[in-house]
Design a protein around this ligand. Structure first.
Ligand code: ATP
Ligand code: MG
Length: 408
């Protein structure tokens, strides 16, 4: 059984864009397994077949498929000629010494020209298994379901299905820029956008050298983890400490957090426009911390003209934590660091910022200068998965300015 049959989300892939979505899914799957011994990945009449070579375990390939958005489910499968005799023999061989109380055969014909109906195929193959093994047939609640899929020239068979991650193939929904802190929420927000087919570029604000490099290291690790779902990422590291010092000099304590956030938004929007991204993404949750009241969220979001998406907005901390644990980001997020927002942040931040007051306070700041310089001095790092030859297969970095030249 050296094939893996991948099924995608039928509904999402309907319509005239279907070939394009499918081609993207195949390409993403190829990339996901590019460092493994995989002989081929190809679309085949409504499903995708992945052929695993002897140099790789099928579970290792399955793990990659598990992280490919757009996959509804997949199965470790065998392939035979289009012949029920051959299918039944192969099934009996591959069942080995497996035992069960009850079973059923579930058949699908991708090519309706096959001279038997699906129920007839099920009876035929099921009869052979029953005869050889003596298992009872149970159509409603079988212990084991043997799947048979007949194509034009070949047949697949498999036992059971593994759940895929769902969603849409990465790269089919445009690009967004995620403001990635070292916290628990923003990586989960990024992951949710990836699941809907968005390519995500990351921006992290740090206060090095005023604070340690720890937050950058966490952002880097989070990006490496998240890159397992999108294969290539850019992380823009923006020095924010000096900007904060300027804010401290001219803005009253309670307003600072909102003003820091508005500056982050402006900088992220600038990067987003240069990268052809269409929206910003944050991990904000209503009411979680002082900066996340409706008033503050609105004053913060209104500083940019690009849409700001907050995919976690209505979630509880426990729900977000469970999702972070599942993705694997939780363990990284809880590593202690010195977040730039705890720096110079007063104990009594405004919970109901008024736009007019904030705008008045910002008059005292050279906003354009600060934003322009932050973007100019940003550093960009690249992450890839699976690791390839670039920068020794690892992460490279360079001044971001060049990568942020306006696109012509
Ligand atoms: P998180 O767990 O994502 O840090 P949080 O609950 O700590 O969120 P805040 O610290 O108020 O909430 O941050 C709200 C959002 O602002 C974050 O989810 C993130 O998108 C963005 N953000 C905050 N700090 C930074 C930072 N240093 N760099 C990039 N984005 C940031
Ligand atoms: Mg935070």
């Amino acid at each position: 059984m050296n094939s893996i049959v991948v099924h995608y989300q039928e509904l999402a892939l309907k319509g005239k864009n279907r070939p394009w979505f499918l081609a993207r899914l195949v390409r993403n799957l190829r990339e996901a397994v590019s460092d493994l011994d995989v002989r081929s990945v190809r679309a085949l009449m409504g499903r995708i077949e992945v052929v695993v070579g002897p140099g790789t375990s099928r579970e290792a390939v399955g793990e990659r498929i598990q992280r490919t958005f757009g996959v509804a489910n997949f199965s470790y499968a065998g392939r035979t000629a289009l012949d029920l005799e051959a299918v039944s023999t192969a099934i009996l061989t591959d069942l080995g010494d497996r035992t069960c109380e009850s079973f059923r055969v579930s058949a699908r014909r991708a090519d309706k020209r096959f001279p038997m109906t699906s129920p007839q195929i099920e009876r035929e193959v099921g009869g052979r298994i029953k005869q050889a093994r003596g298992w009872r047939v149970n159509l409603d609640r079988p212990d084991l379901t043997v799947h048979v899929e007949l194509l034009t020239n070949q047949a697949f068979y498999f036992f059971g299905k593994e759940r895929g991650p769902g969603g849409l193939p990465t790269g089919t929904a445009g690009r967004v820029v995620c403001l990635l802190s070292g916290g628990i929420d923003s990586p989960v927000a990024a992951h949710r956008m990836m699941k809907r087919g968005c390519a995500v570029t990351f921006v992290h604000f740090h206060s090095y050298p005023i604070l340690s490099r720890a937050s950058q290291e966490k952002a880097r690790e989070l990006v490496q983890l998240l890159t397992k779902w999108q294969h290539r990422s850019r992380l823009y590291l923006v020095a924010f400490g000096e900007i904060q010092q300027q804010v401290v000099l001219s803005v009253p304590g309670p307003m600072r957090v909102v003003i820091y956030r508005r500056l982050m938004m402006r900088i992220a929007e600038r990067i987003a426009r240069a990268r052809g991204a269409q929206a910003l993404v944050t991990g904000d949750v209503v009411g979680q911390v002082a900066s996340q009241t409706l008033e503050n969220l609105s004053v913060i979001g209104s500083v940019v003209t690009m849409p700001v998406f907050r995919p976690l907005i209505g979630m509880d901390k426990e729900e977000i934590t469970a999702e972070a644990t599942k993705i694997g980001s939780y363990a990284i997020s809880i590593i202690p660091d010195q977040d730039c927002c705890t720096l110079f942040t007063p104990r009594n931040p405004l919970t109901r910022a008024r736009l007019a007051d904030i705008e008045a306070a910002e008059q005292a700041l050279p906003i354009d200068d600060l934003v322009g310089r932050a973007v100019q001095d940003a550093v960009v790092e690249y992450a890839e998965f699976p690791a390839t030859s670039r920068a020794g297969g690892d992460v490279g970095s360079e001044a971001a300015a060049e990568s942020l030249e306006p696109k012509t």
